[in-house]
Design a protein around this ligand. Structure first.
Ligand code: ADP
Length: 215
């Protein structure tokens, strides 16, 4: 039991909240991940956001990864895992986190397992946002118009989705075999989907600290 749980008499509302959110590009996982993080009072850690911030900030890391991101390919596992370990080692992630965009393949699953095991931790849930291919492509086209992300061109979108289907979707089987996957229908309004996520997590005893945020 953590100190915070002990102080609260071990209430389930204060247990750890170590989550992954997994879904195809355009599934809305970024938006939902932020909401989950807020409700459970943990940081959202989105590898794509961290890489993009480094690209726009012109850092050494940004220069190394820019061409890879613009092609929709994956940054190396070692570099990405190191970045995530650094981020998860910060004090604000001690009680939990919402990882978005990592792990993205089997090697990264192994890296994350090794890191968490070394700290005596494990994931509490993997939120699978399920969205049909056509729907996610339509949403990405819309996002391309609205946000102008350089990796939201037709060709790069197709590459990213292919990598998702080939490398990322299979990691869900690994987590399914551990019994921690919470599958949520990602088709609906933003609020509907948020609601489904909180209901599914709460029904597993993973109760938000700020239920108000779970509207
Ligand atoms: P999306 O899920 O829409 O492709 P992200 O914002 O998650 O977008 O990621 C953008 C890009 O950042 C990816 O296409 C990839 O180049 C890089 N990236 C993000 N996360 C990872 C990761 N876990 N491993 C390798 N590359 C990553």
């Amino acid at each position: 039991m953590t100190l915070r749980q002990a102080q609260d008499g071990g209430s389930s509302a204060t247990r750890s909240a170590r989550f992954l959110i997994v879904g195809p590009q355009g599934s809305g996982k970024g938006t939902q991940g932020v909401l989950v993080a807020g409700a459970y009072d943990v940081p959202q850690v989105a590898t794509g956001d961290i890489f993009r911030a480094n690209v726009s900030g012109g850092t050494e890391l940004g220069k190394r990864v820019q061409a890879i991101i613009e092609a929709g390919d994956l940054v190396s596992d070692d570099l990405t895992s190191e970045l995530v370990r650094d981020r998860l080692s910060r004090p604000d992630a001690a009680g939990g986190f919402v990882l978005d965009g990592y792990p993205r393949n089997r090697t990264q699953v192994d890296h994350l397992d090794a890191f968490l095991e070394g700290r005596g931790e494990s994931l509490d849930a993997v939120i699978e946002l399920s969205v049909p291919r056509e729907e996610s492509i339509a949403r990405l086209r819309q996002r391309a118009v609205e946000q102008g992300r350089t990796d939201d061109t037709e060709e790069v979108i197709a590459n990213r989705l292919a990598i998702y289907e080939r490398e990322t979707a299979p990691i869900l089987d690994v987590y399914r075999s551990r019994g921690i996957v919470v599958r949520v229908d990602g088709v609906g309004t933003l609020d509907e989907v948020t609601h489904r996520i909180f209901e599914a997590l709460s029904s597993r005893g993973l109760v938000p600290r700020h239920p108000g945020a779970a509207a």
